[in-house]
Ligand binder design. Structure first.
Ligand code: TPP
Ligand code: MG
Length: 359
């Protein structure tokens, strides 16, 4: 059970250090506020993201998965805490570090794994791969490889929601590196001007490839970027699923009321390198260990166990079930066919522009 993020063990199979028990949780949440079902949902979602990607990392090493592969390990609280704060019919759009978001939105592990394998049964029919998970049905609008490219697209999705007179919101996620793109300013400006229902979420994992936040700008509190547009903006502990949930919920409620966008800078950390080919020499082992002590899965485990909400044996059983599901997804992907060459000519947009609504 070397990879089990259980009480005294490491959250990540690659490290031996045992994180110290955390306070049950921060931000004053209590078990009265969140029922067992909600706690378990967060726990299972985060553990699924972690186990799924541990397996994906191994499969990449075996060259079963090819191309780019960026792991989300360490950042799971952001994905799970956001999902519980929105509705299935809301939109989520993100960058290329997208496996976790795809899973938490409800795309099956089978469909995500098959996409990593480039198989027809993948959520993008095997034509997108790791960086381009997508599901129209789940309102998960990708998976984007152009750094910051999804920021104006996220504002556009929010514009569509407003234009079509729905009360949907868009969660638009991007990294600390993407926050330095000019497109962010254009999107922030129009989103504020038009009061678009978009929650911009910067997942500040402290690095853009090998470049630290301090090396990209003198503005290291990224939330401050929103203030230039008078956009409500704040920092969130992105290693705490409850805090992510609460801050996102408040932001989403504001959007749904028609009061316009919110910017949340979620402070988090990726345990692995930027992508599979990155040995991460630009940071120290001590820094990594420091963040692992705040591991979001272990934090929730402590809470569940100290509060006697779940026993260690019950948590073990969940882990085993999730690992079996991940293994099943590998077999599903292995046994699925690659697309025919014909597929190259399909799903290429050539139509007219059917999006303007008749008044
Ligand atoms: C427009 C553009 N410029 C550069 C790149 C190369 N590139 C890929 S990922 C990346 C770093 C982005 O870092 P960040 O936004 O912090 O996201 P993270 O990888 O940390 O999730 C860069 C520069 C790219 N894909 N697109
Ligand atoms: Mg980053």
């Amino acid at each position: 059970m070397a990879t089990t993020p259980r009480k005294p063990k490491s959250a990540d199979s690659k490290t031996a250090a045992a994180p110290k028990p955390q306070a049950a949780r921060t931000n004053g949440a209590s078990k009265q506020q969140y029922d067992k079902n909600q706690m378990l949902t967060w726990y299972e979602q985060m553990l699924m993201m972690r186990r799924f990607e541990e397996k994906a990392g191994q499969l990449y090493g075996q060259q079963k998965i090819k191309g780019f592969c960026h792991l989300y390990i360490g950042q799971e609280a952001v994905g799970a805490g956001i999902e519980s704060a929105i509705r299935p019919d809301d939109y989520v759009i993100t960058a290329y570090r997208d496996h976790g978001q795809a899973l938490v939105r409800g795309i099956t592990p089978n469909a995500v794994m098959a996409e990593l394998y480039g198989k027809t049964t993948g959520c993008s029919k095997g034509k997108g791969g790791s960086m381009h998970m997508f599901s129209k049905e789940k309102n998960f609008v990708g998976g984007h490889g152009i750094v910051g490219g999804q920021i104006p697209l996220g504002a556009g999705l929010a514009f569509a929601a407003k234009y079509n007179k729905t009360d949907n919101v868009c969660i638009c996620l991007f990294g600390d590196g993407a926050a330095r793109q000019g497109a962010l300013h254009e999107a922030f400006n129009l989103a504020m001007l038009w009061k678009l229902p978009v929650v911009f979420v910067c997942e500040n994992n402290m690095y853009a490839m090998g470049t630290s936040v301090e090396r990209t700008s003198n503005v290291t509190d990224i939330a401050d970027l929103g203030k230039a547009y008078y956009m409500p903006s704040e920092q969130v502990d992105g290693m705490d699923v409850v805090e992510v949930h609460e801050r996102t919920l408040a932001a989403v409620e504001r959007c749904r009321k028609g009061d316009g966008p919110v910017f949340l800078e979620m402070r988090t950390y990726r345990y692995r390198g930027h992508s599979m080919s990155d040995p991460a020499k630009y940071r120290t082992k001590e820094e990594l260990e420091k963040y692992k002590e705040q591991d979001p899965i272990i934090r929730l485990q402590h809470y569940l166990m100290e509060g006697k909400i779940m026993s260690e044996a019950e948590l073990d059983a969940i882990d085993e079930r999730i690992k079996a599901q991940v293994q099943e997804s590998v077999e599903f992907a292995e046994n699925s066919p690659f697309p025919d060459a014909e597929e190259l000519w399909k799903d290429v947009y050539v139509g007219d522009y059917p999006f303007v609504r008749e008044e």
